[in-house]
Design a protein around this ligand. Structure first.
Ligand SMILES: NC(=O)c1ccc[n+]([C@@H]2O[C@H](COP(=O)([O-])OP(=O)(O)OC[C@H]3O[C@@H](n4cnc5c(N)ncnc54)[C@H](OP(=O)(O)O)[C@@H]3O)[C@@H](O)[C@H]2O)c1
Length: 289
């Protein structure tokens, strides 16, 4: 019999993950702070619970995928939070991007309740979530990852076990720091050539034939040239991730000079943005200058 799955958080990522779990035939119970998003999945066969606690109580495997550390603390420890409902022998998988310290605190809280925990943040974006092709960066025990393998395969295509709890989040923060810097560098290059009188498209043509090419730049260059910043990965979340990476650097006693500069630049764009925008909107940095 298929394990019962729970899913807490139905944002840009959680909603398509839920659809793929249903398509794969897992009995699914969901909760979202804004209930209307959960009702979309109810039409497709999910049960909607009244609280995160009831999701956990109904599930053998419970996913959380919410915005940031305060949101995760709220759905786990808030009243009525998921930790209080966790079944003995069940597995909690957190796919939000949060700090490694918080991941280890959650692992401890799960262990106290006789449950297992994987920190399992993802990469692949909304496209990967829709296709069921997310890449998971996992911290935890191999035996637990093996146990939930069939469930993860409904939403992902690659699973990297990176070490004990916290290791998944550590690698995820480094990954997103790199992506933030790549897109920031692209925006700088485009602004530079444009101001100097050469069309941005010409830089992109050359970039495509150079070592500077990168898949993220293939995706974000057209977005910047069209200036269509409809959020796919919202800038507010990228700023959160760069901030978490900077905190991790501090905890480990190192300075990240480019990360510090990128954090300042993304913060300035977020402060000036009037709507939710994609992180490619870092290209708006020079709008007022
Ligand atoms: N989008 C991407 O491309 C992408 C890629 C990789 C990883 N991620 C990571 O995945 C996570 C989710 O991202 P997303 O794009 O799905 O974000 P999103 O669309 O902004 O959704 C955020 C989710 O968190 C919930 N939430 C926020 N604050 C909450 C609180 N205080 N209590 C309870 N629920 C709360 C939201 O509920 P409401 O619906 O009520 O607002 C929503 O379900 C983030 O950690 C992000 O960094 C995102």
């Amino acid at each position: 019999m298929k394990p019962k799955v729970g899913l807490i958080g139905l944002g840009l990522m959680g909603l398509p993950m839920g659809r793929n779990l249903l398509k794969a035939g897992f009995p699914l119970t969901v909760w979202n702070r804004t209930r209307s998003k959960a009702e979309q999945l109810e039409k497709e066969g999910a049960k909607v619970a009244d609280s995160p606690r009831k999701v956990a109580a109904a599930s053998d495997v419970t996913f959380t995928i919410v915005s940031d550390p305060p949101a995760l603390e709220q759905v786990l420890w808030g009243e009525p939070g998921a930790l209080a409902g966790l079944r003995k022998g069940s597995v909690l998988i957190d796919s939000s991007t949060v700090s490694p310290v918080l991941a280890r605190r959650v692992a401890q809280a799960c262990a106290e309740r006789g449950a297992d925990f994987l920190d399992a943040p993802v990469t692949g974006g909304t496209w990967g979530a829709e296709k069921g092709e997310l890449v998971f960066m996992v911290g935890g025990k191999k035996e637990v990852l093996d146990r939930v393998g069939p469930v993860l395969e409904a939403v992902g295509k690659r699973f990297f076990l990176l070490g004990p709890n916290g290791a998944g989040q550590t690698v995820k923060l480094a990954m997103n720091l790199i992506l933030a810097l790549e897109v920031e560098a692209l925006a700088e290059g485009l602004e530079l050539v444009t101001r100097a009188g050469v069309a941005g498209e010409r830089l992109i043509e050359v970039l495509q034939s150079s070592m500077g090419r990168a898949p993220v730049l293939d995706v974000k260059a057209p977005v910047i040239l069209k200036r269509d910043f409809t959020p796919s990965f919202p800038l507010r979340l990228m700023l959160k991730d760069v901030g978490l990476a900077m905190d991790l650097a501090k905890e480990n006693g190192i300075e990240l000079p480019a990360g510090t500069a990128a954090h300042r630049a993304y913060s300035a764009v977020k402060a000036a943005a009037k709507t939710d925008v994609d992180y490619a909107a870092i290209a708006n940095y020079w709008q007022k200058t």
